[in-house]
Design a binder for this molecule. Structure first.
Ligand code: AR6
Length: 171
């Protein structure tokens, strides 16, 4: 059974799901963008917890509790910095989605929300990033029975439209 993929425009820190995904950096100690918003909303216990996780290489994923968030868990992944596309960025970005979903499945999580990983300060071209996000999630969720719903959570119209466009190409 494959999961239902949906696109919304919202603040990911407000979502009541089994896990939200954080577009973190390899220190897992917070930053700007969605990472900063998640750390602010989850509270200081998140940073203390993440300090014990030993960082996270690009393309991999680590899990923490959601602390003060409505989401039960946070899956922290580190997207690639865009260097023009010849630096394995596409594979690394796909790995973020793959490894986040594999971790979610290992923890029997049913509902997961992703932000546009690398679509902010890491500079990944939006349309290409959304294509990778939608293709990878669609392929991978077919392998996991537990995962019922994957939400792509855009923070602005441009990302929402690119996600909807990528999703419509799948059907
Ligand atoms: N809810 C949903 N999406 C959001 C939110 C939010 N509250 N806030 C921002 N976005 P970015 P990156 C969107 O820059 O490119 C951090 O400093 C935003 O519009 O947060 O992967 C980390 O510590 C964009 O579409 O992440 C790293 O150093 C998307 O989230 C670095 O930024 C990702 O933008 C990671 O860069």
């Amino acid at each position: 059974m494959s999961a239902k993929l949906t696109v919304i425009k919202d603040d990911i820190t407000q979502l009541e799901v089994d896990a939200i995904v954080n577009a973190a950096n390899s220190s897992l100690q917070g930053g700007g963008g969605v990472d900063g918003a998640i750390h602010r909303a989850a509270g200081p216990d998140l940073k203390a917890y993440c300090a014990k996780l030993g960082g996270c290489p690009t393309g991999e994923a680590k899990i923490s509790p959601g602390f003060d968030l409505p989401a039960t868990n946070i899956i922290h992944t580190v997207g690639p910095v865009w260097h023009g596309g010849e630096d394995n960025e596409a594979e690394q970005l796909a790995n973020c989605y793959r490894n986040s979903l594999a971790l979610a499945a290992r923890h029997h999580l049913k509902t997961i929300a992703f932000p546009g990983i690398s679509c902010g300060v890491y500079g990944y071209p939006i349309e290409q990033a959304c294509q990778i996000a939608v293709n990878t999630v669609s392929e991978e969720t077919a392998r996991y029975d537990d995962i019922r719903k994957v939400i792509f959570c855009a923070f602005d119209d441009q990302l929402q439209e690119a996600l909807l466009e990528a999703l419509s190409g799948m059907q």
